[in-house]
Design a protein around this ligand. Structure first.
Ligand code: NDP
Length: 352
């Protein structure tokens, strides 16, 4: 059997493509990935807490809606209701996992078929295309939508590698509340929205000590509203013009980082119980083995402006895997929709 549309990826782009393809009667098959691979199920939003900027999800008690919409066997995946108070009001913004579970449910409601496996290759040498999963048989398809997203970068230091999960992490939201970090001064590396968001999250945890944002310049790249949040936070301290030269510890846990100045030759040590790296992302395109045209950072390049076509006929790209600029859940969802429409039009044009 040859599929009409195979979607690779289960973030906002993947599920949006699935919803549109399913409603166009294209009977999509979606590979959602496994936690073992680069592309994780439900994408990067699975690592996020409150999502304040996804249109249609204003503050409010969204939990009741989520619970009534998502299949009961996935309720275990929903995070506990946050109890933070903001301006005296309970803070019930939709959580990243909740938003993704809602998107998944919406795709399932239109009978998207989901495979919990990773794709390790796509054979683009002929038509139909062949999607090769890690486990199981190759799947033939007339079109493929690549929506595998991107993943966090690390600094690349040997000492950073040695202390991964012992005080080094690339996800404050996933790991910051763990006992090894509790009440300790912590460093967040980077100057973008991610760094500020992670630092703010850590600084708001109960009993938080000082959270240092270590940045290689003297100006943040983060958006103005995020900058303001960090600058005004009593627990956040900026460490400008500095890069991390070494992570050190007692062998079991991180106890500090060695910082090198970017303006002179000075070096200093900062006592911290953890380092959170927030220095950008790498697209999950290794499994394509360079078969699609990509930019210098490895992001898939669209073959025409504002069209999700790639350099290979019948292959479309959506979401962060093709976007090193906007990288928002809403833009990913938008391009997922575009890719499904592009695939639908491609199939109509190539109808036998
Ligand atoms: P960015 O690329 O925006 O920022 C990366 C930061 O890391 C930069 O400040 C960069 O420094 C620094 N950096 C890069 N490499 C190194 C290195 N080797 N050593 C030290 N520092 C380094 O990535 P983000 O992940 O922060 O954001 C990605 C996108 O996602 C952005 O478009 C952002 O707006 C968006 N985002 C939005 C959020 C929201 O709206 N709530 C939350 C999080 C992300 P330099 O500035 O000098 O280049």
């Amino acid at each position: 059997m040859t599929e009409q549309v195979v979607i690779i990826g289960s973030g906002p782009a993947g599920w949006s493509a699935a919803i549109y393809a399913a409603r166009a009667n294209l009977n999509p098959l979606l590979f959602e990935g496994t936690p073992q691979a680069e592309m994780i199920p439900l994408g990067q939003l699975a690592f996020t807490t409150e999502v304040e900027n996804y249109p249609g999800f204003p503050f409010g008690n969204v939990r009741e809606f989520v619970e009534s919409s998502v299949a009961k066997d996935r309720h275990w995946n929903l995070p506990p209701m946050p109890d933070e108070q903001r301006d005296g009001k309970p803070y019930y913004a939709v959580q990243g996992v909740e938003l993704m579970e809602l998107m998944k449910q919406q795709a399932l409601n239109f009978e998207t078929r989901v495979v919990s496996d990773d794709v390790v290759d796509v054979d683009c040498s002929g038509s139909p295309l062949r999607v090769i999963p890690a486990n199981g048989d190759a799947v033939e398809s007339q079109t493929v939508i690549v929506a595998t997203g991107a993943r966090a970068n690390y600094l690349g230091l040997a000492s950073e590698e040695a202390y991964k999960n012992k005080g080094v992490s690339a996800c404050a939201v996933c790991d910051g509340a763990l006992p090894i970090y509790r009440g300790k001064p912590l460093a967040v590396i980077g100057g973008g929205d991610s760094a500020v968001e992670e630092a703010t999250y850590l600084a708001n945890l109960k009993g938080a000590a000082t959270i240092y944002i270590v940045h290689r310049r003297d100006q943040l790249r983060a958006s103005k509203i995020m900058q303001k949040r960090a600058m005004e936070h009593p627990n956040i301290e900026m460490v400008w013009n500095s890069t991390v030269e070494e992570v050190f510890g007692d062998g079991n846990l991180v106890t500090g980082i060695k910082l090198k100045s970017t303006v002179d030759d000075s070096v200093r040590e900062l006592s911290v119980g953890g380092m959170f790296v927030a220095i950008g992302h790498t697209p999950n395109t290794a499994f394509l083995h360079g078969k699609l045209e990509m930019n210098e950072k490895g992001y898939i390049q669209w073959a025409a402006p504002f069209r999700t076509l790639t350099s290979v006929e019948g292959v479309f790209a959506a979401g962060d895997v093709a976007d090193d600029y906007y990288r928002q859940a809403i833009t990913s969802a938008g391009t997922g929709c575009m890719a499904a429409l592009d695939a639908e039009r491609y199939l109509a044009a190539h109808e036998a």
